[in-house]
Design a protein. Structure first.
Length: 680
């Protein structure tokens, strides 16, 4: 239980372990004889048996090795810096506890560095599929925008997927991700029935008759009892409000655990008007007692957390399955102002940036501003540039310039360049040039290239080349290509080769082909052959990846959903067509590829046109508001365009500049005044 394995129903000993197909893969990659450090990630939903799977495998193959379990990113940082580990297991349970801890995820860079060694260190962790997609996705926005998952993305990027791999062919010296299915197959169930355990047999009987069938691990973890306690007949409405507040807070970006004050104040927003007439003092304690009630000795909706010293309760942790359940079932649910305000009043300022991003993705620009400016007031410098970008993206350029100036004065990285860009957008070219120069001298790659372009347009090719070289040497691949091309024109082939090799080494096939030509021309045929062979290999795998992307089952599903929606729309089955369009947009929203994004955007546009044509503008806008509540950040822009196309330019401009309110109405104008510093 200390390692995160869920208790079984009835609270007794864990039932016998039922080995499944993924266990053979895990055994293969856990070979303790190999010196290479490695990371193994078990990917699956809540209560699918990930922690138990990891526990059984580690006990079987690494039982004699010391095990370290840092429960937070801060503890992991101390462990990596203060202790030298060899032949050890680093147990990280749920990856999100480290990747999503505000201001602490940078420690994953240190972990990635550790894993390049040969100290026989096994790091093992688990992740839900939606978090895996979020962590692997390319960062949104322009260069210099906040990239909260850069460290975890670097940690996960070398991992290979072990789906459908023969355990005999596994290269155990690499890092791997292994899927843990959310159900037992028929063979798994037959094997489990032969084991002599009443609790296991009862779970099998319940799971076989359920929909979907075969979810044995979920029944063992008490999931049906948990859901019934939360939303079944007879559920306490005040306890339910507390639990729902925790579910929404966490899916918006609040880090577990949740403080009592936050939950109690937020819960009021989830009560109907009649129940709000009852004073909070009369229901809060009973509601908390209901939310923490143990169910069959196995699970609680909210688990109390004691203080580090002494007794009592300082916070509450939401059950994993309810967290997952909330992310699925409450995607388009209304979030009351009471919760947003409680998060602002009681949240950690380091969370404000993620909460600001959550509000912005929903088109709630006023709320996004409140959180990002509050982060800045609390000393989080990234809040300055985030606020400036919010205002710039809303075409409030003059206000954005004010915030970019504050960010530049505070020394925020890339703020000088962003300020220059904003000034240029405001047609203040002379002032913009000064900041481009300052940014370039400060090492900004984009500003260096901008200075080179400026000098090139003035005919100063030598001066442009100086800045282009600086940009190339700072890591700008486009600048390096321009330098190489210029060097070829002036006959400096050996120096051009250096720049082409640098860009080719970063994955550019076109640069590799140019490099082959130059190496051949200067008589370095052997090097040219090596580069060409490497380029041919990379091109082969790039083509193979493209073919796989086109033929991938998930991509075919998206195409089918889109085509099915179009056919239903043509047949006049509007509700069914909208259902498939929304399924397509949702499915693509969990995918990280441009291919899937193209389908998602197309599905949204087609659904909006269909609604506008058949049911009118207000129906289309209402549909887009529901997409926004599901954090589809394209919905606001689509609504702005729809209003403009409908001839309602004033409303379109107001929506673009000020966003939506919580009820889906267009926000009235609001001012971007700096937040007061947070007291205490």
């Amino acid at each position: 239980m200390e390692l995160g394995v869920h208790r079984a129903i009835e609270g007794g000993a864990l039932p016998p372990y039922v080995r499944r197909q993924h266990d053979d893969l895990l055994d293969a990659v856990l070979n303790p004889e190999l010196a290479t450090n490695r990371l193994v990630v078990l990917r699956g939903g809540s209560s699918t048996g990930k922690s138990r799977t990891a526990y059984e495998a580690v006990m079987a193959r690494w039982k004699r090795s010391p095990l370290f379990y840092p429960r937070t990113a801060a503890e992991l940082a101390r462990l990596l810096r203060e202790r030298s580990m060899r032949s050890a297991v680093l147990w990280l349970n749920e990856l999100r506890h480290y990747a999503d801890e505000p201001g602490r995820s940078e420690v994953l860079f240190e972990l990635a560095e550790l894993l390049t060694g040969r100290d026989r260190i096994l790091a093992i962790t688990a992740v839900w599929p939606n978090f895996w997609a979020k962590y692997r996705a390319n960062p949104p926005g322009e260069p210099g925008s906040p990239d909260p998952y850069r460290a975890v993305r670097e940690l996960l990027s070398p991992l290979a997927d072990l789906a459908s791999t023969d355990p005999q062919n596994v290269d155990a010296g690499r890092g791997w991700v292994i899927d843990v299915p959310n159900h037992f197959t028929a063979n798994d169930l037959d094997y489990a029935r032969r084991l002599d355990d009443t609790v296991l047999h009862n779970a099998i009987a319940a799971a076989v008759n359920a929909d979907p069938p075969g979810q044995v691990t979920q029944y063992l973890a008490g999931v049906p009892d948990l859901l019934n306690h939360y939303q079944g007949p007879g559920a306490d409405p005040y306890g339910q409000a507390l639990i729902t507040a925790a579910m929404d807070a966490i899916r918006l970006g609040h880090d577990q655990p949740c403080q009592p004050e936050l939950l109690q104040e937020a819960a009021i927003g989830y009560l109907g008007s009649r129940r709000r007439t009852v004073p909070a003092a009369q229901w809060q304690q009973d509601a908390l007692a209901y939310a923490i009630q143990p169910l069959k000795g196995a699970v609680q909706a909210l688990e109390p957390v004691p203080p580090e010293c002494g007794t009592g309760v300082v916070s509450y942790v939401l059950a994993d399955y309810l967290d997952q359940h909330g992310r699925k079932t409450r995607r388009t649910a209304d979030v009351p102002m009471a919760l947003w305000q409680a998060l602002l009043d009681h949240g950690d300022p380091r969370e404000y940036l993620s909460l600001a991003a959550a509000a912005q993705a929903r088109g709630l620009l006023r709320l996004s501003f409140r959180f990002s400016s509050a982060a800045a007031a609390a000393g989080e410098e990234a809040g300055l540039s985030m606020t400036a970008r919010l205002l710039r993206d809303s075409d409030r350029i003059d206000e954005a310039i004010t915030w970019y100036r504050r960010a530049a004065e505070a020394g925020v990285e890339d703020a000088l360049y962003s300020l220059a860009e904003a000034l240029r957008s405001a047609s203040r070219a002379d002032e913009a040039l000064l900041y481009y120069q300052r940014a370039a001298k400060g090492g900004n790659k984009q500003a260096m290239s901008h200075m080179a372009d400026l000098l090139r347009r003035e005919g100063n090719l030598d001066g442009a080349m100086v800045w282009e070289r600086r940009a190339a040497n700072a890591g700008n691949p486009d600048a390096a290509l321009r330098v190489a091309e210029r060097l070829v024109k002036v006959g400096s082939l050996d120096e051009a080769i250096v720049y082409y090799r640098r860009v080719a080494g970063n994955g550019s096939l076109s640069a590799a082909r140019e490099l082959v030509v130059l190496l051949t021309e200067v008589g370095r045929a052997e090097e040219a052959a090596e580069v060409e062979q490497d380029a041919d290999t990379r091109e082969y795998y790039a083509d193979l990846d493209e073919i796989r992307a086109i033929e991938d089952e998930d991509r075919r599903d998206l195409q089918w959903l889109s085509e099915e929606a179009e056919g239903l729309a043509d047949a006049g089955a509007i509700e069914s067509a909208l259902f498939y369009y929304e399924k397509c947009a949702d499915a693509a929203g969990d995918d990280i590829t441009p291919y899937a994004g193209w389908y998602a955007f197309g599905a949204m546009r087609d659904a909006v046109r269909l609604l506008h044509r058949t049911r009118g503008l207000e129906a289309a806008l209402s549909w887009l508001w529901n997409r926004a509540k599901a954090a589809d950040d394209r919905a606001l822009d689509e609504a702005v365009n729809l209003l403009r196309e409908a001839g309602r330019a004033s409303e379109s401009d107001q929506l673009r500049r000020f966003g939506w309110e919580l009820d889906g109405s267009i926000s009235p104008p609001w001012r971007s005044l700096p937040a007061l510093p947070r007291s205490g």
